[in-house]
Ligand binder design. Structure first.
Ligand SMILES: NC(=O)c1ccc[n+]([C@@H]2O[C@H](COP(=O)([O-])OP(=O)(O)OC[C@H]3O[C@@H](n4cnc5c(N)ncnc54)[C@H](O)[C@@H]3O)[C@@H](O)[C@H]2O)c1
Length: 256
C-alpha cells in the first residue's frame, strides 16, 4: 500500500520543478492529486501524474487571486471529499537590492511567494481544522534563513514563509493540523536554469560549491522530504524548518 493511500493533496506550482516532482511522488504513493499553477504543465509531466493517480486534476489559477484560490479549494474538496495535504510550492525568484528594486517588483515577489502561500493555506486549513487533521508543507528557501546579495524581496518573502509556518503551527496544531517549512538550497529546476547562462555561470558555480555535498539538488530530493511530511510517518513533526540543501546551512569549508 502506498504511503499516501486514502489521502488527497493540493499542490501549487505543480506545473514545474519542485511542485511537479511533489505531485508525481504523491501520485506514485497512492494519493489523489490536484495541481494548481498559473502555467500549464511542461512536457508529459502531468500525464505521468494522471497515469499514477487516475482522476488527478490540474487547475490553472493564480495564488494571488483569493476568489480563484477559494474556488479551486472548493473544486478539489468536491472532487476528492477533502484535502488532507497541501504543498505551497508556487513561487518566483526576484533579483534586486533595496535601493534599486522597483516597488512593483517587490510587490510581485511578496504577493506570489508570501501572500499566495497565506491565501492557499487560509482556505485549505479551514477544512483541515474542521476535520481535525491535515498536513501543510510550505516551500521557503535557505534564502529565507540568511541573506544573499541582490535578493531583498526574495529573502524577505521566504523569511516570511518560515514565520507563516510557525504562526499556522501555533494556531492549528491544537486542532490536529501539522504545518512545516522546507528550505531547499540550490535545486536544478526551471527557476535556477537562468544561472546556466554564460554570464551567470560563475555565480552558479560559487553557489553550488557552497553546498557541502558539492552539487545542487534535484526536485525529486525535495519531493521525498515533502512526501514524508505529508504522510503519517511525520505524525510528530510540526512547526519545523527543515533544510534540504546538501549541507549549505551547516557551514562553509575554509580550506577548499
Ligand atoms: N529551485 C531552487 O533552487 C529553489 C530553492 C529554494 C526554494 N525554492 C522554492 O521552491 C518553490 C518551487 O520552485 P521551483 O524551483 O520548482 O521553481 P519553478 O519555476 O520550476 O516552479 C514554480 C512554479 O510556480 C508557478 N507560479 C509562479 N507564480 C504563480 C502564481 N502567481 N500562481 C500559481 N503558480 C505560480 C510557476 O508557473 C511554476 O510552475 C518556489 O517557492 C521556490 O522559491 C526553489
Amino acid at each position: 500500500m502506498g504511503r499516501m493511500q486514502g489521502k488527497a493533496v493540493l499542490i501549487t506550482g505543480a506545473a514545474s520543478g519542485i511542485g511537479a516532482a511533489c505531485a508525481l511522488r504523491c501520485a506514485r504513493e497512492g494519493a489523489q492529486v490536484a495541481g494548481m499553477d498559473v502555467a500549464s504543465p511542461a512536457g508529459d509531466g502531468w500525464s505521468q501524474v494522471e497515469k499514477a493517480a487516475p482522476g488527478a486534476m490540474f487547475v490553472t489559477a493564480d495564488v494571488r487571486d483569493e476568489a480563484a484560490v477559494e474556488a479551486v479549494v472548493g473544486q478539489v474538496c468536491e472532487r476528492f471529499g477533502a484535502i488532507d495535504g497541501l504543498v505551497n510550492a508556487a513561487g518566483v525568484a526576484g533579483i534586486g537590492s533595496a535601493a534599486d528594486l522597483d516597488v512593483a517588483e517587490w510587490d510581485r515577489v511578496m504577493d506570489i511567494n508570501l501572500k499566495g502561500s497565506f491565501l492557499v493555506s487560509r482556505h485549505v486549513v479551514r477544512g483541515m481544522a474542521a476535520r481535525g487533521s491535515g498536513s501543510i508543507v510550505n516551500l521557503a528557501s535557505v534564502e529565507g534563513l540568511e541573506g544573499a546579495d541582490a535578493s531583498v524581496a526574495y529573502n524577505v518573502s521566504k523569511g516570511g514563509v518560515v514565520q507563516l509556518t510557525r504562526s499556522l503551527a501555533v494556531d492549528y496544531g491544537k486542532v490536529g493540523v501539522r504545518v512545516n517549512t522546507l528550505c531547499p538550497g540550490f535545486i536544478e529546476t526551471p527557476m535556477t536554469e537562468m544561472l546556466n547562462q554564460e554570464a551567470l555561470k560563475a555565480i552558479r558555480d560559487r553557489f553550488v560549491a557552497m553546498h557541502l555535498l558539492g552539487r545542487g539538488g534535484k526536485p525529486e530530493e525535495v519531493a521525498n522530504v515533502a512526501l514524508f511530511l505529508l504522510s503519517d510517518e511525520a505524525s510528530f513533526v510540526h512547526g519545523a524548518t527543515i533544510t534540504v540543501d546538501g549541507g549549505f546551512m551547516a557551514g562553509r569549508s575554509l580550506t577548499g
